[in-house]
Ligand binder design. Structure first.
Ligand SMILES: NC(=O)c1ccc[n+]([C@@H]2O[C@H](COP(=O)([O-])OP(=O)(O)OC[C@H]3O[C@@H](n4cnc5c(N)ncnc54)[C@H](O)[C@@H]3O)[C@@H](O)[C@H]2O)c1
Length: 369
């Protein structure tokens, strides 16, 4: 097992990464509990696959368990299920000193984390992320929230978990498409700040995808180390944390255009967005022309979506996509902020990106469809 510490003074916590963590969950969480009971929230798919083992592990340590299963999928991350989850936790008589467990992917982690943040003005929660995306990204760093009709993640709060247990064994039951979607966030770390990690991924990515446990452990650990470091230095995204949004302004526009449906998964949009961010960087003369080609080649070698043509169904025209980007919450004083790069592993925040360059980029990307 590897342990990465997220250093945030009195809100510091550990991310434990390894195999068999769910089977040991009772012992892992016991020291956090003021009394031996937890309320767990998961989704219906994860409940079927992994809730029995987690329940057995907790009960084996004398911890009483109640569980709620919400429907699986992005549509769950909204007002309706936030109310349902929060009211259920109140019905379970969860008190301020109790601990709530979020077992699932980023949808459950974000929703349940937000519910824990507002329940009795904040109760502690433990993340047990079950997707690659959640293990390398969403379970770490304390961003919680829901989507609304106006856009993604527009309502939420910073609420750090008390512990993260990333059991990489549960990734075996993920559909390959969901695994690769999470891989989009893994690649992002190499691209934004660690060129040698990207080199390593170019070599080991296929083994990692095909189930190599050592490679998975390294990829998850390195990703979490990078995220933990950034979050420790900039918890509330005043500066450096924005780099984690590499590819995301594009991604959020495409997600909105596809109605947050399974036409495009979040990590797929991130991968396409990263490819576009490097293409834009190259067009603006910030990085070499080889860099976007290298990014695209790796995503293709992994069997991932790379182009807008890989998104099934119609997309709106470039102007509309640009308007969606302008609604992204990374907009400051109406100025589009993009994360661009001076090379692989060298991302930075650009506030003065010419709108017409972005428009031409998206127009060209749409032509390929
Ligand atoms: N808070 C953050 O910092 C942050 C960062 C990145 C993404 N996110 C959010 O994360 C969400 C996406 O997360 P996601 O990709 O994990 O989606 P998800 O939670 O919808 O999970 C994807 C699918 O995999 C299933 N699943 C989960 N674990 C499984 C397992 N072990 N075996 C089989 N199936 C399993 C789920 O039921 C679901 O159908 C988005 O809402 C995004 O906005 C948040």
């Amino acid at each position: 097992m590897n342990t990465v510490k997220v250093e945030l003074a009195e809100r510091s916590y550990e991310v434990r990464i390894g195999t068999g963590l769910i089977d040991r969950a009772g012992a892992e969480v016991a020291s956090l509990l003021a009394r031996p009971r937890v309320a767990m929230v998961t989704d219906e798919t994860v409940a079927m696959l992994h809730l029995p083992a987690l329940t057995t592990a907790l009960e084996g340590q004398g911890i009483a368990v109640t569980a709620l299963s919400l429907p699986a999928g992005e549509a769950t991350k909204g007002w309706e299920n936030l109310a349902r989850c929060t009211e259920w936790l109140l019905e379970q008589k969860v008190e301020r000193r109790d601990v709530v467990i979020a077992l699932g992917g980023g949808v459950i982690g974000d929703l349940v984390g937000f519910s824990a943040a507002i329940l009795r003005r904040g109760v502690r929660f433990v993340q047990i992320p079950t997707t690659l995306l959640a293990q390398v990204d969403s379970s770490v760093g304390g961003k919680t929230g829901i989507n609304t009709a106006q856009g993604k993640n527009l309502v939420g709060s910073f609420h750090q978990p008390s512990l993260v247990l990333a059991d990489i064994g549960v990734l075996d039951t993920l559909h390959v498409r969901d695994f690769l979607s999470g891989y989009g966030e893994v690649v992002k770390y190499g691209l934004l700040g660690d060129a040698s990690f990207f080199d390593w991924l170019e070599g080991q990515g296929p083994a990692l995808r095909d189930g190599d446990v050592t490679a998975r452990l390294h990829a998850v650990t390195r990703s979490v180390e990078m995220k933990a470091g950034i979050v420790s230095r900039d918890e509330t995204e005043e500066g450096e944390r924005a780099l984690l949004n590499l590819g995301h302004t594009f991604c959020h526009a495409f997600e909105k255009a596809t109605g947050y449906s399974d036409r495009l998964l979040h990590g797929e949009g991130v991968a396409i967005g990263c490819a576009l961010a490097f293409e834009l960087s190259s067009r603006l003369g910030l990085c070499s022309q080889e860099d976007p080609s290298r990014v695209r080649a790796h995503l293709k070698a992994m069997g991932m979506k790379v182009d807008l043509a890989d998104i099934p169904g119609d997309l709106p025209e470039a102007e509309t996509l640009l308007a969606y980007m302008a609604q992204d919450k990374k907009v400051v004083d109406g100025q589009l902020r993009f994360i661009l790069a001076r090379g692989i592993g060298q991302a930075f925040v650009a506030t003065d990106v010419p709108g017409d360059a972005v428009l031409r980029l998206v127009q060209d990307a749409l032509v390929g469809r």
